[in-house]
Design a protein around this ligand. Structure first.
Ligand SMILES: [Zn+2]
Length: 257
């Protein structure tokens, strides 16, 4: 019986997260096109047909429709489906990791929501809007209260420990980093504190570097080509949110022989 209840709660949490990230897909689609987020019902971008209620159920409607618009048969991007799955997994993970429906869980999920928007929009448009940096700073202000173990000093150092070297590097090598990436690491530093910010940057550089090598190998990009770095920094930050503590403890234990 206990397992049944746990499975039910898990499924419910997954569905809530998927609903939020279903809305996230709308944000990522509409913001660069300057469409309103609140006005205008969800519609098929090809035929313009307004979606019915059951088509708004995340994940399942995509599977039921086999990835096609019910009206015109246009393909629904597979990415939208996986983003909804990601939302479900992240909401579940936040509630397991930070406690069921605690302020810490909800704030972490809010930050992951913003990071996913930033990552997808940067991937699509190579641009990170300032409003998202401000939202991350808003989360950081709340985390000062919900994550008091990260002191104000650690946060202030966090703001600069990665963004300042990135800024210096951008001055020396023009076009090395975008201003959006630098501001992103500044805002994330205020949320994460300097230890997790360094970890997030490390994960970001390693994963971004691997991706760049892969592109060069496939000869899809030349040495001078640019790619969006934001998604990798966001992935690094997400990894730091969940695994920062154990990784840092393990790392420090290496030095205490
Ligand atoms: Zn359609």
């Amino acid at each position: 019986m206990l397992y049944l209840i746990l499975a039910f709660i898990g499924a419910l949490l997954f569905l809530i997260g998927a609903c939020f990230f279903s809305f996230l897909n709308v944000v990522v689609w509409r913001t660069p096109r300057k469409e309103s987020l609140v006005h205008g019902r969800s519609h098929c971008p090809v035929c313009g047909r307004v979606l019915t209620a059951w088509e708004l159920v995340p994940c399942f409607s995509f599977l039921a429709l086999r990835g096609k618009c019910y009206g015109c048969g246009a393909k629904i991007p597979v990415r939208d489906f996986w983003v909804e799955v990601l939302g479900g997994v992240l909401f579940l993970a936040c509630n397991v990791h930070f406690g069921l429906m605690t302020g810490r869980a909800l704030l972490s999920f809010a930050l992951l929501f913003i990071l996913t928007v930033v990552a997808l929009m940067d991937w699509d448009t190579m641009e990170i809007y300032d409003r998202f940096h401000v939202m991350i700073l808003g989360c950081a202000a709340l985390s000062l209260w919900l994550f008091p173990e990260i002191t104000l000093m650690e946060r202030l150092i966090g703001c600069l420990c990665v963004s300042a070297p990135m800024f210096a590097l951008a001055m020396i090598v023009p076009g090395g980093f975008g201003g959006g990436d630098i501001k992103l690491m500044f805002a994330l530093g205020a949320y994460l504190g300097w230890k997790n910010t360094l970890l997030a940057a490390f994960f970001g550089v390693v994963s971004g570097g691997l991706y760049a090598v892969m592109l060069l190998r496939k000869k899809k990009a030349g040495r001078k080509d640019q790619f969006a770095f934001g998604p990798f920094l966001c992935t690094g930050a997400a990894a730091a949110i969940f695994f920062g503590q154990p990784i840092l403890q393990w790392y420090l234990s290496l030095w205490q022989i």
